[in-house]
Write a protein that binds this ligand. Sequence first.
Ligand code: HEC
Length: 134
Amino acid sequence: MTRCAAGLLAAIFALAGCQGSEMEIGSPVTGEEDYIALCSSCHGASGIGDGPAAAGLSPRPADITKLAAGNSGEFPLIAVMARIDGYTRAPGVMPEFGQLFGEELVPLETAPDVFTPTPPRLIALAEYVGSLQR
Ligand code: HEC
């Protein structure tokens, strides 16, 4: 009986260990990987809004390659992060991703001399969207 209980405990610990490694908490994910996994289904790999899930959507996913062009040539990094995070909530189709980026925060200068604690993964993702600008 005790041996059985010990075996059961060992199995539970093994399972718990297994789950922990599967989740890979804190494993670095690049902005590009996040973009492909979370955004490209709607916005398309290039960002023009032609992902496979875009066809049935109304409104259609925005062309996010022209955000800099629409902002006097300057990529609106903070606005894009706020949008991804769900901080600026436009009623509609696009999901919010704020819960995904974990607890780790780094200070980001969001206005002159204003530093906002921000998840690095969110910054990397928004910077990747910046790299898609045309
Ligand atoms: C389910 C489809 C869908 C997914 C997934 C999605 N979006 Fe969107 N997104 C939309 C739609 C639709 C709009 C435009 C309509 C609206 O504002 O709701 C939009 C708008 C935006 C805008 C605002 C563009 C502008 O002109 O201001 C940005 C930036 C954006 N998405 C980035 C992203 C990023 C980055 C991801 C991945 C983290 C993502 N989206 C995932 C559907 C999606």
